[in-house]
Design a protein around this ligand. Structure first.
Ligand code: NAD
Length: 320
Protein backbone atom coordinates (compact mmCIF):
# COMPACT_ATOMS: atom_id res chain seq x y z
CA UNK A 1 0.00 0.00 0.00
CA UNK A 2 2.80 2.41 0.89
CA UNK A 3 4.62 3.57 -2.26
CA UNK A 4 5.00 7.35 -2.37
CA UNK A 5 5.52 8.87 1.04
CA UNK A 6 5.47 12.56 1.90
CA UNK A 7 7.51 13.32 5.02
CA UNK A 8 7.15 16.77 6.55
CA UNK A 9 9.99 18.19 8.66
CA UNK A 10 12.41 15.61 7.27
CA UNK A 11 15.43 17.87 7.80
CA UNK A 12 14.90 17.88 11.56
CA UNK A 13 16.18 15.40 14.12
CA UNK A 14 13.59 12.61 14.02
CA UNK A 15 12.44 13.19 10.44
CA UNK A 16 15.96 12.77 9.03
CA UNK A 17 16.54 9.58 11.01
CA UNK A 18 13.15 8.33 9.83
CA UNK A 19 13.89 8.98 6.13
CA UNK A 20 17.21 7.15 6.40
CA UNK A 21 15.51 4.25 8.21
CA UNK A 22 12.72 3.98 5.61
CA UNK A 23 15.02 4.06 2.58
CA UNK A 24 17.14 1.32 4.15
CA UNK A 25 14.21 -0.91 5.09
CA UNK A 26 11.94 -0.36 2.07
CA UNK A 27 13.83 -0.30 -1.22
CA UNK A 28 10.58 0.08 -3.19
CA UNK A 29 9.27 3.34 -1.76
CA UNK A 30 9.85 6.95 -2.79
CA UNK A 31 10.15 9.69 -0.20
CA UNK A 32 9.48 13.37 -0.75
CA UNK A 33 10.59 15.62 2.10
CA UNK A 34 8.81 18.96 2.61
CA UNK A 35 10.72 21.17 5.03
CA UNK A 36 10.81 24.93 5.59
CA UNK A 37 14.40 24.76 6.90
CA UNK A 38 13.85 26.74 10.06
CA UNK A 39 16.80 27.06 12.46
CA UNK A 40 16.11 23.40 13.38
CA UNK A 41 16.01 22.12 9.81
CA UNK A 42 19.46 21.19 8.61
CA UNK A 43 20.26 19.85 5.11
CA UNK A 44 23.44 18.34 6.58
CA UNK A 45 21.19 15.79 8.32
CA UNK A 46 20.47 14.17 4.96
CA UNK A 47 23.63 15.06 3.03
CA UNK A 48 24.35 11.34 2.48
CA UNK A 49 20.98 10.84 0.73
CA UNK A 50 20.98 13.86 -1.58
CA UNK A 51 21.60 11.74 -4.69
CA UNK A 52 19.48 8.79 -3.64
CA UNK A 53 17.18 7.90 -6.58
CA UNK A 54 14.16 7.41 -4.28
CA UNK A 55 14.54 10.65 -2.32
CA UNK A 56 13.38 14.16 -3.18
CA UNK A 57 13.34 17.46 -1.29
CA UNK A 58 11.11 20.53 -1.52
CA UNK A 59 11.77 23.58 0.58
CA UNK A 60 8.44 24.95 1.75
CA UNK A 61 6.11 25.81 4.58
CA UNK A 62 3.36 23.40 5.67
CA UNK A 63 1.16 26.49 6.17
CA UNK A 64 1.34 27.28 2.44
CA UNK A 65 -1.66 25.53 0.88
CA UNK A 66 -0.44 25.81 -2.72
CA UNK A 67 2.92 24.16 -1.93
CA UNK A 68 1.25 21.53 0.23
CA UNK A 69 -1.27 20.69 -2.51
CA UNK A 70 1.52 20.44 -5.04
CA UNK A 71 3.65 18.04 -3.04
CA UNK A 72 0.66 15.83 -2.23
CA UNK A 73 0.00 14.96 -5.86
CA UNK A 74 0.79 11.25 -6.41
CA UNK A 75 1.39 10.66 -2.70
CA UNK A 76 -0.38 7.80 -0.87
CA UNK A 77 1.10 8.21 2.63
CA UNK A 78 1.95 11.23 4.80
CA UNK A 79 4.19 11.13 7.87
CA UNK A 80 3.95 14.51 9.55
CA UNK A 81 6.88 15.53 11.77
CA UNK A 82 7.17 19.24 10.93
CA UNK A 83 6.73 21.34 14.05
CA UNK A 84 8.24 23.94 16.26
CA UNK A 85 9.52 21.60 18.94
CA UNK A 86 11.46 23.37 21.70
CA UNK A 87 9.53 24.06 24.92
CA UNK A 88 11.81 26.90 26.10
CA UNK A 89 11.35 28.78 22.82
CA UNK A 90 7.56 28.36 23.10
CA UNK A 91 7.67 29.98 26.55
CA UNK A 92 9.55 32.98 25.12
CA UNK A 93 7.15 33.34 22.17
CA UNK A 94 4.39 30.93 21.15
CA UNK A 95 3.45 32.52 17.80
CA UNK A 96 5.38 30.19 15.52
CA UNK A 97 4.15 27.21 17.57
CA UNK A 98 0.50 28.01 17.01
CA UNK A 99 1.09 28.86 13.35
CA UNK A 100 3.09 25.78 12.37
CA UNK A 101 1.78 23.18 14.78
CA UNK A 102 -1.91 24.05 14.57
CA UNK A 103 -2.50 25.92 11.30
CA UNK A 104 0.21 24.02 9.42
CA UNK A 105 -1.23 20.68 10.50
CA UNK A 106 -4.68 21.83 9.43
CA UNK A 107 -3.38 22.81 5.99
CA UNK A 108 -1.90 19.31 5.61
CA UNK A 109 -5.09 17.59 6.76
CA UNK A 110 -7.21 19.55 4.27
CA UNK A 111 -4.85 18.69 1.42
CA UNK A 112 -4.72 15.03 2.51
CA UNK A 113 -8.48 14.86 2.21
CA UNK A 114 -8.45 16.51 -1.20
CA UNK A 115 -5.77 14.11 -2.48
CA UNK A 116 -7.38 10.97 -0.95
CA UNK A 117 -4.30 10.08 1.11
CA UNK A 118 -4.47 6.46 2.28
CA UNK A 119 -2.58 6.84 5.56
CA UNK A 120 -1.67 9.97 7.53
CA UNK A 121 0.55 9.62 10.58
CA UNK A 122 0.48 12.63 12.85
CA UNK A 123 3.60 12.47 15.02
CA UNK A 124 2.92 13.84 18.48
CA UNK A 125 4.35 13.81 21.97
CA UNK A 126 3.78 12.51 25.50
CA UNK A 127 3.80 16.17 26.61
CA UNK A 128 0.16 16.58 25.50
CA UNK A 129 -0.95 14.57 28.56
CA UNK A 130 0.90 16.83 30.99
CA UNK A 131 2.65 15.67 34.13
CA UNK A 132 1.83 12.55 36.18
CA UNK A 133 3.17 11.82 39.67
CA UNK A 134 2.36 8.09 39.71
CA UNK A 135 1.33 5.56 37.08
CA UNK A 136 1.41 6.10 33.33
CA UNK A 137 -0.86 7.73 30.78
CA UNK A 138 -2.99 5.62 28.47
CA UNK A 139 -4.16 6.80 25.05
CA UNK A 140 -7.67 7.41 26.47
CA UNK A 141 -6.52 9.83 29.20
CA UNK A 142 -7.44 13.48 28.98
CA UNK A 143 -5.00 16.05 27.65
CA UNK A 144 -3.59 18.61 30.07
CA UNK A 145 -0.69 20.25 28.27
CA UNK A 146 1.34 22.80 30.24
CA UNK A 147 3.48 24.75 27.77
CA UNK A 148 2.55 26.61 24.59
CA UNK A 149 4.49 23.88 22.76
CA UNK A 150 2.51 20.98 24.21
CA UNK A 151 -0.78 22.90 23.97
CA UNK A 152 -0.19 23.53 20.27
CA UNK A 153 0.64 19.85 19.75
CA UNK A 154 -2.52 18.84 21.65
CA UNK A 155 -4.53 21.17 19.38
CA UNK A 156 -3.05 19.52 16.30
CA UNK A 157 -3.74 16.00 17.68
CA UNK A 158 -7.40 16.89 18.15
CA UNK A 159 -7.66 18.38 14.68
CA UNK A 160 -6.12 15.25 13.18
CA UNK A 161 -8.56 13.00 15.06
CA UNK A 162 -11.46 15.27 14.09
CA UNK A 163 -10.56 14.76 10.42
CA UNK A 164 -10.92 11.03 10.98
CA UNK A 165 -14.21 11.37 12.86
CA UNK A 166 -15.75 13.88 10.49
CA UNK A 167 -14.38 12.95 7.06
CA UNK A 168 -12.97 9.43 7.63
CA UNK A 169 -9.49 10.66 6.72
CA UNK A 170 -7.26 7.68 7.59
CA UNK A 171 -5.35 9.42 10.37
CA UNK A 172 -3.27 7.79 13.11
CA UNK A 173 -1.83 9.83 16.00
CA UNK A 174 1.40 8.68 17.69
CA UNK A 175 2.57 10.11 21.01
CA UNK A 176 6.18 9.47 21.87
CA UNK A 177 8.42 10.14 24.85
CA UNK A 178 11.73 12.07 24.75
CA UNK A 179 13.99 10.99 21.91
CA UNK A 180 17.78 11.02 21.81
CA UNK A 181 20.31 10.08 19.15
CA UNK A 182 22.33 11.51 16.24
CA UNK A 183 21.39 14.77 14.48
CA UNK A 184 19.49 16.35 17.39
CA UNK A 185 19.79 20.12 17.46
CA UNK A 186 22.19 21.07 20.29
CA UNK A 187 19.60 23.05 22.24
CA UNK A 188 17.98 19.85 23.58
CA UNK A 189 19.27 18.32 26.80
CA UNK A 190 21.48 15.43 25.66
CA UNK A 191 23.23 17.06 22.66
CA UNK A 192 23.49 20.39 24.54
CA UNK A 193 25.18 18.75 27.50
CA UNK A 194 27.51 16.57 25.43
CA UNK A 195 28.63 19.44 23.18
CA UNK A 196 28.96 21.91 26.08
CA UNK A 197 31.23 19.48 27.90
CA UNK A 198 33.28 18.94 24.75
CA UNK A 199 33.72 22.72 24.56
CA UNK A 200 34.76 22.90 28.23
CA UNK A 201 31.48 24.61 29.20
CA UNK A 202 29.26 23.76 32.15
CA UNK A 203 25.84 22.13 31.74
CA UNK A 204 22.67 23.96 32.89
CA UNK A 205 20.41 21.71 35.00
CA UNK A 206 16.95 23.13 35.78
CA UNK A 207 16.01 23.38 39.48
CA UNK A 208 17.34 20.42 41.41
CA UNK A 209 17.39 18.11 38.38
CA UNK A 210 14.69 15.83 39.82
CA UNK A 211 12.29 16.08 36.86
CA UNK A 212 11.65 12.70 35.26
CA UNK A 213 11.43 11.86 31.58
CA UNK A 214 11.09 8.58 29.71
CA UNK A 215 13.73 8.23 26.98
CA UNK A 216 13.59 6.43 23.64
CA UNK A 217 16.42 6.01 21.13
CA UNK A 218 15.43 7.77 17.92
CA UNK A 219 15.83 4.63 15.78
CA UNK A 220 13.30 2.88 18.01
CA UNK A 221 10.88 5.76 17.40
CA UNK A 222 11.47 5.34 13.64
CA UNK A 223 10.86 1.59 13.78
CA UNK A 224 7.66 2.19 15.79
CA UNK A 225 6.27 4.60 13.19
CA UNK A 226 7.25 2.20 10.40
CA UNK A 227 5.45 -0.59 12.28
CA UNK A 228 2.34 1.54 12.85
CA UNK A 229 2.28 2.55 9.18
CA UNK A 230 1.90 -1.12 8.33
CA UNK A 231 -0.10 -2.46 11.28
CA UNK A 232 -1.97 0.45 12.85
CA UNK A 233 -5.69 1.12 12.62
CA UNK A 234 -7.16 4.35 11.27
CA UNK A 235 -8.49 6.75 13.89
CA UNK A 236 -6.34 5.24 16.67
CA UNK A 237 -3.79 6.83 18.97
CA UNK A 238 -0.61 4.90 19.88
CA UNK A 239 1.74 5.78 22.73
CA UNK A 240 5.40 5.07 21.99
CA UNK A 241 8.03 4.91 24.72
CA UNK A 242 11.16 3.24 25.96
CA UNK A 243 10.21 2.44 29.56
CA UNK A 244 13.46 4.18 30.58
CA UNK A 245 12.47 6.79 33.14
CA UNK A 246 15.36 8.86 34.44
CA UNK A 247 15.74 12.13 36.33
CA UNK A 248 17.52 14.90 34.48
CA UNK A 249 20.29 14.62 37.06
CA UNK A 250 20.73 10.89 36.37
CA UNK A 251 21.08 11.60 32.65
CA UNK A 252 23.53 14.41 33.40
CA UNK A 253 25.68 12.14 35.59
CA UNK A 254 25.72 9.41 32.93
CA UNK A 255 26.91 11.92 30.33
CA UNK A 256 29.54 13.29 32.72
CA UNK A 257 30.84 9.75 33.30
CA UNK A 258 30.95 8.93 29.59
CA UNK A 259 32.99 12.09 28.92
CA UNK A 260 35.14 11.63 32.04
CA UNK A 261 34.04 14.91 33.65
CA UNK A 262 33.07 15.58 37.26
CA UNK A 263 30.08 17.25 38.92
CA UNK A 264 31.81 20.64 39.11
CA UNK A 265 30.66 20.97 35.46
CA UNK A 266 27.00 21.13 36.58
CA UNK A 267 25.40 24.57 36.90
CA UNK A 268 22.01 24.52 38.61
CA UNK A 269 19.81 27.18 37.01
CA UNK A 270 16.38 28.65 37.78
CA UNK A 271 13.64 26.17 36.95
CA UNK A 272 11.61 26.47 33.74
CA UNK A 273 8.19 28.09 34.41
CA UNK A 274 5.41 25.47 34.48
CA UNK A 275 8.03 22.69 34.31
CA UNK A 276 6.23 19.32 34.15
CA UNK A 277 7.60 17.06 36.88
CA UNK A 278 7.20 13.64 35.30
CA UNK A 279 6.13 12.19 31.96
CA UNK A 280 5.23 8.53 31.73
CA UNK A 281 3.43 6.52 29.07
CA UNK A 282 1.71 3.17 29.12
CA UNK A 283 2.78 1.56 25.83
CA UNK A 284 0.89 -1.73 26.27
CA UNK A 285 -1.44 -1.00 23.34
CA UNK A 286 1.47 -0.86 20.88
CA UNK A 287 3.19 -3.84 22.54
CA UNK A 288 0.02 -5.90 22.09
CA UNK A 289 0.10 -5.03 18.40
CA UNK A 290 3.64 -6.42 18.23
CA UNK A 291 6.18 -3.58 18.62
CA UNK A 292 8.77 -3.17 21.39
CA UNK A 293 11.87 -1.02 21.66
CA UNK A 294 15.07 -2.87 20.77
CA UNK A 295 17.88 -0.59 22.02
CA UNK A 296 19.15 -0.74 25.60
CA UNK A 297 19.33 2.75 27.10
CA UNK A 298 22.94 2.54 28.36
CA UNK A 299 24.25 1.27 24.99
CA UNK A 300 22.28 3.75 22.89
CA UNK A 301 23.28 6.69 25.11
CA UNK A 302 26.93 5.70 24.80
CA UNK A 303 26.57 5.42 21.00
CA UNK A 304 24.86 8.83 20.94
CA UNK A 305 27.63 10.51 22.94
CA UNK A 306 30.20 8.89 20.65
CA UNK A 307 28.33 10.20 17.60
CA UNK A 308 28.63 13.82 18.84
CA UNK A 309 32.28 13.24 19.74
CA UNK A 310 32.97 11.91 16.22
CA UNK A 311 30.86 14.51 14.37
CA UNK A 312 32.08 17.86 15.60
CA UNK A 313 31.75 19.16 12.01
CA UNK A 314 27.98 18.66 12.27
CA UNK A 315 27.26 20.54 15.50
CA UNK A 316 30.05 23.11 15.87
CA UNK A 317 28.56 25.53 13.33
CA UNK A 318 25.11 25.19 14.93
CA UNK A 319 26.45 26.48 18.25
CA UNK A 320 28.11 29.64 16.87
P1 NAD B 1 13.03 19.34 15.09
O1 NAD B 1 12.79 20.66 15.71
O2 NAD B 1 14.40 18.73 15.15
O3 NAD B 1 12.63 19.39 13.53
C1 NAD B 1 11.49 20.03 13.07
C2 NAD B 1 11.59 20.13 11.54
O4 NAD B 1 10.37 20.72 11.06
C3 NAD B 1 12.74 21.01 11.07
O5 NAD B 1 13.41 20.37 10.01
C4 NAD B 1 12.05 22.29 10.61
O6 NAD B 1 12.75 22.96 9.57
C5 NAD B 1 10.71 21.75 10.14
N1 NAD B 1 9.66 22.76 10.17
C6 NAD B 1 9.34 23.59 11.21
N2 NAD B 1 8.33 24.41 10.86
C7 NAD B 1 7.99 24.08 9.59
C8 NAD B 1 7.00 24.54 8.68
N3 NAD B 1 6.16 25.54 9.00
N4 NAD B 1 6.91 23.96 7.45
C9 NAD B 1 7.75 22.96 7.10
N5 NAD B 1 8.72 22.48 7.91
C10 NAD B 1 8.83 23.03 9.14
O7 NAD B 1 11.95 18.36 15.72
P2 NAD B 1 12.07 16.82 16.12
O8 NAD B 1 12.68 16.73 17.47
O9 NAD B 1 12.66 16.07 14.98
O10 NAD B 1 10.53 16.46 16.28
C11 NAD B 1 9.77 16.02 15.15
C12 NAD B 1 8.34 15.79 15.58
O11 NAD B 1 8.30 14.80 16.61
C13 NAD B 1 7.65 17.02 16.14
O12 NAD B 1 6.33 17.04 15.67
C14 NAD B 1 7.68 16.81 17.66
O13 NAD B 1 6.59 17.42 18.28
C15 NAD B 1 7.61 15.30 17.73
N6 NAD B 1 8.24 14.70 18.92
C16 NAD B 1 9.54 14.99 19.24
C17 NAD B 1 10.14 14.38 20.35
C18 NAD B 1 11.58 14.64 20.71
O14 NAD B 1 12.04 14.16 21.75
N7 NAD B 1 12.35 15.34 19.89
C19 NAD B 1 9.39 13.50 21.14
C20 NAD B 1 8.06 13.24 20.79
C21 NAD B 1 7.51 13.84 19.66
Amino acid sequence: MMKNVLVTGGCGFIGSNFIRHMLEKHPNINILNLDKLTYAGNPDNLRDLEDHPCYGFVRGDICDASIVNNVMKNVDTVVHFAAESHVDRSILDGDAFVTTNVLGTHTLLKAALEHKIKRFIHVSTDEVYGSIMQGSFKETDILEPSSPYSASKAGSDLLALAYHNTYKLPVIVTRCTNNYGPYQFPEKLIPLFVTNLMQGKRVPVYGTGKNIRDWLYVLDHCSAIDFILQNGTDGEIYNIGGGEEKTNLEITRMILRLLEKDESMIEYVRDRPGHDFRYSLDISKLKRLGWSPSYRFEDALEATVKWYVDNRWWWEKLKR
